[in-house]
Design a protein around this ligand. Structure first.
Ligand SMILES: Cc1cc2nc3c(=O)[nH]c(=O)nc-3n(C[C@H](O)[C@H](O)[C@H](O)COP(=O)(O)OP(=O)(O)OC[C@H]3O[C@@H](n4cnc5c(N)ncnc54)[C@H](O)[C@@H]3O)c2cc1C
Length: 376
């Protein structure tokens, strides 16, 4: 008999695992999303490293319209005065079939959604209670409907309310002390950076990442600034004070509509009290954005869990958690270190950083260990 899988949350993690299960006739899936519909507004850009594009290729990533994504081949490092320090060759981690890819989150979500049947998705659903009935799990939803399933995959993002309901305790992420300001720039005549690759500008207590998200000359700009949490942030004023005071020429980047959100990270990776319930994506662990691995890890976790469950491995809960924990530790350490290094203010530290960067990006051992371990 087919195994029934309920997936809670239709973000990148939930839709990826739904697509993987859909290709296996031993499983029957249903995705339950809290919102009334899938948000396909413009959204921000995301970077997908080869560790996730290799998985998305299995479900046809290459069929996305060629104009709607980009394959940058370099990451350029700049100091706050627009001096290029060096560049990292990203293409060395690519293969013939899967490449470092940048695109709009909405393009990825739409691609993942279109691969599912509409009767695989239910909207306006929020979990009220989970109970164990013999080997199965009974889900009670707030609208009084229910579903009895073999497995539950929870992928409801950074604030994962479902996690607090299931584990019966209030589990909240922590504010990491920074906000992310995002905007999209188009057809800029005066642009001092590389339009075809990723640019990282390192400033005091802030950094800016710019990259193309398609072949229509649209670039995603994300500016991470250390900032106390507050409800009322005047973005123009903040950018003037924290960014333009360091480099007036960056003004061009912030002329379009700006949006911001506070950055939250998880306290620790999540393991359920139930053997047949799993957390993936940000619900498992939310990373700081400085390795650009949040979405890629969501996809990787979806694949690892799908693989173990499809092999009917009895030790799935332990194996899945162990592997995820190892990878989470590696990425978390690097993300925190990057965050610190990108924001140096001391001139001596900055000089040492820039010199070391130039050496390290040519060092094979460093590349294979620091980055290759994450991207492979
Ligand atoms: C500034 C910034 C930049 C980033 N840049 C990158 C990048 O370049 N590369 C990268 O790989 N990652 C990046 N990330 C991280 C990445 O966006 C996330 O890690 C990824 O989207 C997580 O996917 P997810 O499916 O776990 O969660 P989400 O995408 O948040 O999806 C969760 C889904 O669950 C639904 N939901 C919520 N609550 C419930 C509920 N109670 N019941 C049912 N459904 C519910 C939501 O509506 C949503 O549809 C960035 C993050 C930030 C903050």
């Amino acid at each position: 008999m087919k195994k029934k899988v309920a997936i809670i949350g239709s973000g990148i993690a939930g839709l990826t695992i739904a697509n993987l299960f859909k290709k296996n006739s031993n499983f029957e899936i249903m995705v339950y999303e809290r919102e009334k519909l899938l948000s396909l507004e413009e959204g921000y850009g995301i970077q997908l490293a080869p560790n996730s594009t290799s998985i998305l290729n299995k479900i046809g990533l290459s069929n996305i319209d060629n104009k709607d994504f980009f394959n940058p081949s370099k990451l350029n490092f700049y100091s706050c005065d627009n001096q290029k320090i060096c560049d990292l060759d990203l293409s060395r981690f690519n293969s013939e079939k899967f490449k470092y890819t940048t695109l709009k989150r909405s393009v990825l979500i739409e691609f993942l959604k279109n691969k599912l049947f509409s009767n695989n998705l239910r909207f306006g659903k929020e979990v009220k209670k989970i109970s164990k009935i013999k080997e199965k799990l009974l889900i009670n939803f707030k609208d009084n409907s229910n579903d009895l399933v073999d497995f539950i995959v929870v992928s409801d993002g950074v604030f994962s309310n479902t996690k607090s309901v299931i584990e019966n305790k209030n589990i909240q992420p922590i504010y990491n002390g920074s906000i992310a300001i995002r905007t999209i720039i188009k057809n800029l005549s005066e642009f001092n950076y590389d339009k075809n690759n990723i640019s990282l500008i390192m400033l005091k207590n802030a950094h800016i990442v710019i990259y193309p998200i398609n072949k229509k000359e649209e670039l995603n700009v994300v500016c991470i600034i250390r900032q106390k949490l507050s409800n009322n942030i005047d973005l123009k004023e903040l950018i003037n004070k924290e960014i333009l005071s360091q480099n007036k020429n960056l003004e061009n980047l912030f002329k379009n509509q700006l949006e911001y959100w506070p950055i939250y990270t998880s306290k620790k990776p999540s393991k359920s009290i139930y053997e047949n319930l799993f957390y993936i994506g940000d619900a498992f662990y939310t990373f700081p954005p400085t390795m650009a691995q949040g979405a890629s890890q969501s996809i990787e976790a979806a694949y690892e869990l799908f693989y173990l469950l499809s092999k009917d491995n009895k030790n799935t809960p332990e194996l899945f958690f162990k592997k995820r924990l190892e990878k989470t530790k590696v990425i978390n350490r690097r993300s925190k270190l990057n965050h610190h290094i990108f924001h140096f203010s001391n001139p001596l530290l900055k000089t040492i950083r820039n010199k070391s960067l130039k050496l390290m990006i040519k060092n094979k051992f460093f590349l294979e260990n620091y980055i290759g371990k994450v991207y492979n």
